[in-house]
Design a protein around this ligand. Sequence first.
Ligand SMILES: [Zn+2]
Length: 257
Amino acid sequence: MPLILGAAMLTVPAVAIAQARLFDPEAAEAEARDERATHTRSTLLQIGFAPREHVGPDDTEVWIAGRAITWSLPNGDISAAAPSVADTARITAVIQRELARYPAGYLARANMARVLVCEHLRENGRDIPSLPNIDGGWLIDATLSDGFAARIVHHELYHFIDVADDGTLTSDVEWEALNAPSFSYGAGGRSLRTAWASERTDTAPGFVTAYATTAVAEDKAETFALWMTRPAELAQRVSADEIVGRKVNELRRRMSR
Ligand SMILES: [Zn+2]
């Protein structure tokens, strides 16, 4: 009898802890996040990535492809190769330098946890420079030039910020209202993956690049990336283009909240 009583007493605190968890949404969310991170890490190890180092104010993980990668993601099949030692060191230095510009806690709030470095990055057989929002990580091709890679860091980070603020990348009524009433976005970033699309343009009023016209999410990311990497050029553009000016003001407002 005393033994049974002892066992019953032992179960009480466990039940109490389980109940406390049920009623603590923050703890439940943290637990779910940890589980997702564990699952993501094991997937990355399986497909051929290995963790290398931490960079930036929030210890963003840098993972490197150790061999040829194939990875089936919801939007397409990814293939990539292991980057060279020299490109890995160069691109990691660019990522470190650019992420260091953000205050502590900023990247964590945007749920940006890791960068996945590879080479010859392709989606459905087409070359791509990078790909964001993969379970808290983003892929980057280590052969990109330093200048383009720096822009990509901020561009992809903005996609994380964009998802973190309201859970979606696909619509943004407030932002869309900044455009001329007759304008509508194109068929998405995947519809215009050419090198010239990322060149700064003055021929599309209201947009900093042709790529920015493909989707509302790309418009925000392109404007933000230009602001972070070529502020003088953006200032020039703002003085000549009222819509771009409104977009920069809107980004400033959103970044400060
Ligand atoms: Zn993008």
